[in-house]
Design a protein around this ligand. Structure first.
Ligand code: SD4
Length: 344
């Protein structure tokens, strides 16, 4: 049994929700695996369960990546969806995108008071001739498609975080805060996996890519964007080619971290192009993260950028600028949480 295989334990049987693997050698797979779903950060463990209910029953990658991230959007007091941190004016504004195996794609940006932005993005993809709707128009479209207008009130956690932020009101988003304690310790608690011991959220996004039993890839991404952002700000997540990209002949990639710096290099698309040139998913992610480091020079110290990638054969990998990024993997062999390799 390989090391990977040994560690790829069915977590339900262990009675824990996650299992972490440390070390560079175990942070990616070149094995051919399908179906498979991978998603960003530790919140991905729960999200993957939602995706697996579809994928494990022979369902499509597209349905899986929608259903999967809906789990996170649904979580109360979460880093994603309506429970997330607001912009600096106190409004929660959401971005999401989805892409299938035939280059169909849809996204929404600056969407307010709608519970499942990922499903609105899918409706944009399927029911309009457009790719992207934003703001009031996106909200009107959602209502026309049967979505409900929610109250717009912040979650308790977001209210507390906003109150805290207002004391200084400085616009300096911290996209990644290094965790105290190991991922294994975090797994053992598994109460609010995306929360740090300090109570802060470690991130604001979930991105997911999946390969189904039919060999088709799809991806999704949903976010409240950077906490306390300027009103009207869009990040990379709703931008096809930046936050998310899928080419069914090559692979699927999703980004998390400082959206502005992902957009600058057309990040997800750039990673797919590196895989097309023959790089493994991890090598392709690393290539683009290193490009961002070169562009940002010493400012790379202040930002986090991470990519996860899944290729056509089900091999996967990731790379991050800074320590502290992890992602969740689910296959027929079970579920695990993987710590990403990084530069700093
Ligand atoms: C954004 N990329 O809006 C998102 C933020 C993020 O974990 O990934 N946070 O820039």
């Amino acid at each position: 049994m390989s090391l990977n295989r040994r560690h790829f334990i069915n977590l339900t049987s262990l009675g824990v929700a996650g299992f972490s693997i440390k070390g560079f050698a175990n942070t990616s797979s070149n094995k051919s695996i399908k179906p498979i779903v991978i998603s960003t950060w530790d919140a991905g463990l729960n999200a993957n369960k939602g995706a697996w209910a579809v994928l494990g029953n022979g369902g499509s990658a597209l349905d899986a990546v929608e259903k999967g991230v809906m789990v996170t959007e649904d979580e109360k007091n979460c880093c994603v969806g309506l429970g997330a941190n607001p912009d600096r004016d106190g409004f929660v504004t959401l971005d999401a995108s989805i892409m299938d195996h035939e280059f169909n794609c849809g996204s929404v940006g600056f969407l307010e008071r709608i519970k499942h932005p990922i499903s609105v993005a899918r409706k944009v993809m399927e029911n309009t001739p457009h790719v992207m709707l934003v703001g009031e128009g996106a909200q009107q479209f959602a209502l026309s498609q049967g979505f409900t207008l929610e109250s717009g009130e912040m979650s308790d956690d977001a209210k507390a975080a906003y109150k805290q932020w207002l004391k200084k009101s400085t616009y300096k988003p911290i996209i990644n805060v290094e965790r105290k304690g190991s991922t294994a310790q975090l797994d053992a608690k598994y109460i609010a996996p995306h929360k740090l011991d300090t109570g802060e959220w470690n991130h604001d996004t979930i991105g997911m890519v999946a390969l189904d039993a039919h060999g088709n890839l799809s991806g999704s991404c949903t976010t409240s964007g950077a906490g306390f952002k300027l009103r009207g700000r869009l990040g990379d997540s709703p931008i096809i080619g930046a936050g998310l990209y899928v080419d069914n002949e090559v692979g699927a990639v999703v980004a998390t971290g400082q959206g502005e710096d992902v957009i600058r290099v057309a990040g997800a698309s750039a990673v797919v192009e590196q895989m097309r040139q023959g790089k493994s998913p991890q090598e392709a992610c690393q290539f683009v993260v290193e490009r961002i480091r070169r562009i940002k020079k010493e400012k790379a110290n202040d930002i986090q950028v991470c990519f996860i990638a899944l290729n056509k054969d089900g091999a996967y990998g990731s790379y991050a600028l800074h320590k502290g990024f992890n992602y969740a993997v689910q296959t027929n062999e079970g579920a695990k949480l993987v710590e990403s390799p990084f530069i700093y």
